[in-house]
Design a protein around this ligand. Structure first.
Ligand SMILES: CC(C)(COP(=O)(O)OP(=O)(O)OC[C@H]1O[C@@H](n2cnc3c(N)ncnc32)[C@H](O)[C@@H]1OP(=O)(O)O)[C@@H](O)C(=O)NCCC(=O)NCCS
Length: 417
């Protein structure tokens, strides 16, 4: 295997970084060089060198992730959002990605962060590095005029909610950031909140990068003068046999309560010239529960968020639990040796968890991948036990830990990053 070293990107690497990105993604990005550089992650960019040549790039967004606070509600914890991963086509399958991943996970831990997350281009890549599939989402396409059979209390709340439609601007960043944080804490876990600087850049219009679509638009939901929801979207015109059938692509969506969620969606299926609104969501999102069934709405489930626990003790201290438990577990972690051992995991009656090093035989054994998969409530240890990934030596240990990890609902769809 060739020798690969990882170093921080330097200002002189900018053109190489952009050129490598185009080559890897088969994409000639339009737009001014300065605009494109502005959209690169500022927290940390890394270059991989192999045999004296620049061979790979990767970077990290500064994100907050909503983890369970117990059975309901969430708390925001800082996390690293891996992005811009690319290996020069001449260097692929020679261990460059593996070297970058080892570096990223160690760096994340050294930065004092317990969690690393990513959105994968292909699903087969990241499990080997300890990432578990933490959240999945359905591509839901609601036709114009779709009806939502929400209970009257929710419907009344939606009736009391006002929606306003505006062109998005970087000046919205502060308001949107504050609202996203509230929605993340008050809603289901799994929401990702981008750093305010990244949000500001995201809301900056770069005409060359619109690709035949309109500018970003923002739909705000307010009630009693307070922000209660948002949708960031773009519309595309389509004409079928002379009839308007445009599509609304919703790529950020959040609400502090179900009434706001309903109000936003009612508005999204009532736009002139638009035939449908596409919004990604977990199978138990209230919007799907208010529909007769996902049939006819959903067109495929995909992996949404991959989660890697890099510091298990810290992650347990940061998360809330739904039930007390007391188990000994063996954790296998090939890349972070501090995680790789027998642990005594206790959750007290208040749902506060703690981990102590232990020895001897454990009640169950699993891989760090299993914990990433169940952390946000997207999978259960029971299902992973049935699939043969988790091994139980003391009867009831899997059920006890599952009860502690339980969440009221599936993790919400995380914004792309
Ligand atoms: C995906 C990519 C980063 C892999 O880089 P690489 O340097 O060739 O990967 P490595 O040589 O370190 O391979 C590590 C392991 O991952 C496997 N692997 C690599 N790419 C894979 C893929 N697309 N699907 C499944 N497995 C993959 C390798 O076979 C190897 O397996 P092994 O450990 O069993 O030997 C590179 O091909 C690339 O840049 N692709 C296009 C951009 C992209 O998809 N980036 C990911 C963004 S999320």
């Amino acid at each position: 295997m060739s020798d690969t070293t990882i170093r921080r990107i330097e200002p002189g690497d900018a053109d190489w970084f952009l050129a490598a990105d185009e080559l890897v993604w088969a994409d000639d990005e339009a737009g001014d060089r300065q605009d494109r550089l502005q959209n690169t992650p500022t927290r940390a960019g890394f270059a991989a060198e192999q045999d004296g040549e620049l061979a790979g790039i990767s970077a990290s967004w500064d994100i907050e992730l909503a983890v369970p606070s117990g059975m309901t509600g969430s708390r925001l914890v800082p996390a690293e959002g891996l992005t811009w991963v690319g290996v020069h086509p001449d260097h692929r399958r020679r261990g460059v990605l593996s070297a970058m991943m080892r570096h990223h996970l160690r760096w994340t831990r050294d930065e004092g962060r317990s969690l690393a997350a990513l959105k994968a281009s292909e699903p087969g890549i990241y499990g080997r590095f300890g990432y578990g599939l933490a959240a999945q989402s359905l591509k839901a396409k609601f036709g114009r005029g779709a009806q939502f059979a929400a209970p009257s209390e929710v419907s009344d709340l939606a009736d009391a909610t006002r929606t306003t439609f505006r062109t998005a601007s970087p000046d919205d960043a502060q308001r949107l950031h504050a609202l996203m944080r509230r929605c993340a804490v008050e809603g289901a876990c799994g929401a990702v909140v981008r750093h305010i600087d990244d949000l500001r850049r995201l809301l900056t219009d770069i005409p060359e990068q619109r690709r035949d679509r309109e500018r970003n638009r923002l739909l705000w939901a307010t009630r009693d003068g307070e922000d209660v929801g948002y949708a960031l979207l773009r519309r595309t015109h389509k004409w079928d046999d002379g009839l308007p059938g445009g599509e609304i692509d919703v790529f950020m969506f959040g609400s502090t309560d179900t009434g706001a969620r309903l109000a936003l969606m009612r508005r999204l299926v009532d736009f002139d010239l638009m035939g449908s609104a596409i919004n990604w969501m977990p199978l138990d999102d209230p919007l799907l529960l208010w529909s007769p069934s996902p049939r006819g709405v959903g067109s495929g489930v995909t992996d949404s968020l991959w989660l890697r626990i890099v510091d298990l003790s810290a992650a347990i201290a940061e998360r809330g639990f739904a039930a007390p438990c007391d188990v000994r577990i063996t954790v296998q972690d090939k890349l972070i040796e501090e995680n790789d051992r027998v642990w005594h995991w206790v959750v007290d009656a208040d749902g506060t968890g703690a981990l102590e090093p232990a020895a001897g035989e454990a009640d169950l054994s699993l891989d760090i991948v299993d914990l990433g998969a169940v952390w946000l409530g997207g999978q259960t240890l029971g299902a992973r036990h049935a699939a043969g990934f988790v091994r139980e030596t003391s009867e009831g240990a899997v059920a006890a830990l599952d009860a502690a990890l339980r969440t009221a609902s599936q993790p919400t769809k995380a914004v792309d990053f």
